[in-house]
Design a protein around this ligand. Sequence first.
Ligand SMILES: NC(=O)c1ccc[n+]([C@@H]2O[C@H](COP(=O)([O-])OP(=O)(O)OC[C@H]3O[C@@H](n4cnc5c(N)ncnc54)[C@H](OP(=O)(O)O)[C@@H]3O)[C@@H](O)[C@H]2O)c1
Length: 324
Amino acid sequence: MEYTYLGDTGLEVSRFCLGCMNFGSGEPWMIGDREQSKEILDRAIDLGINFLDTANVYSQGESEGIVGEAIEGRRDELVVATKVYGPMREGPNGQGLSRKHVLEQAERSLDRLGTDYIDLYQTHRWDENTPIEETLSALDHLVNEGKVRYVGASTMPNWKFQRALYTADVENYERFVCMQPEYNAVDRHEEANLLPVCEEEGVGVIPWSPLAGGFLTGKYERDTDPEEGLRADADEYTRNRFTEENWDVLDEVRAIADERDASPAQVSLAWLLHKPVVDAPIIGPRTIDHLEENVAAVDVDLSDEEIARIEGPKRPSWPAEGKD
Ligand SMILES: NC(=O)c1ccc[n+]([C@@H]2O[C@H](COP(=O)([O-])OP(=O)(O)OC[C@H]3O[C@@H](n4cnc5c(N)ncnc54)[C@H](OP(=O)(O)O)[C@@H]3O)[C@@H](O)[C@H]2O)c1
């Protein structure tokens, strides 16, 4: 495994972060088995992954609970990231980024994770109903209490992110040191939105859905219905990747994979690792085989010409349809 510093921080993280969204039973395409999930976590740590990403909303706390059991006895070696924002209960203050909800959910996440600190506490989305000053002051308080080490954010228009960074600077609050954007070889809109800000501001980048929910593994075919049980069968997100332009990108990825004796998943992940702005793609394996295949992408070295071939079919732009 290779390691890097997360953005401008002194925090060392593996070049792949292990996404823990699949660990739980909230959706039919998730693993739905605690022991199998913990085996994947164990194998990931054996392979040198020290960076784990979960969220309070993943299967309503089940994912955090599984991570908590898996990290027991080796917590300090690991960089544990979780998120707050999504709905955790019905009624007023059951979601969002108010001081009340953030402080309550930080405690709930700490309990489920079985730890007394979160390494990276991330806002999952922008809260239109809470002033950013209120959220930042709540996060700042958690850092001052020693319950959180670093704060991060996910997925928003660049002007909102710039406002959050600026507000933290002028109010002397902890600054977001990391951004979690959707980024992969077929979803490149962030090249025209958040990524230039991250580059300029020294903010670490940990892309989510680095294989476009499995589309970039090459397991689906044009004009063919997805096999039952696979993510695209049950999940609109992956199914929505089936567009002509995206199939053209996949054709290039598959051709390069053949030429290099690698898999399309490895070429797609290597493409992300070659982006200087990217620190650690968040891989979401459903099996140990997926995990081992994906981690081996650190050894796939792409040429500039191969990178240009993968990028040829698409022109990234922002705003992008269906993204906000
Ligand atoms: N911040 C956010 O809003 C946000 C949003 C989404 C995700 N995330 C984070 O990002 C992580 C990864 O997201 P993701 O699960 O969408 O990632 P992804 O890597 O794009 O997709 C993962 C899915 O692809 C398939 N797959 C993965 N590796 C494979 C391989 N080598 N061969 C064949 N199939 C393979 C599996 O589905 P099948 O086997 O069913 O095909 C797996 O569930 C999550 O766990 C979470 O931590 C964050």
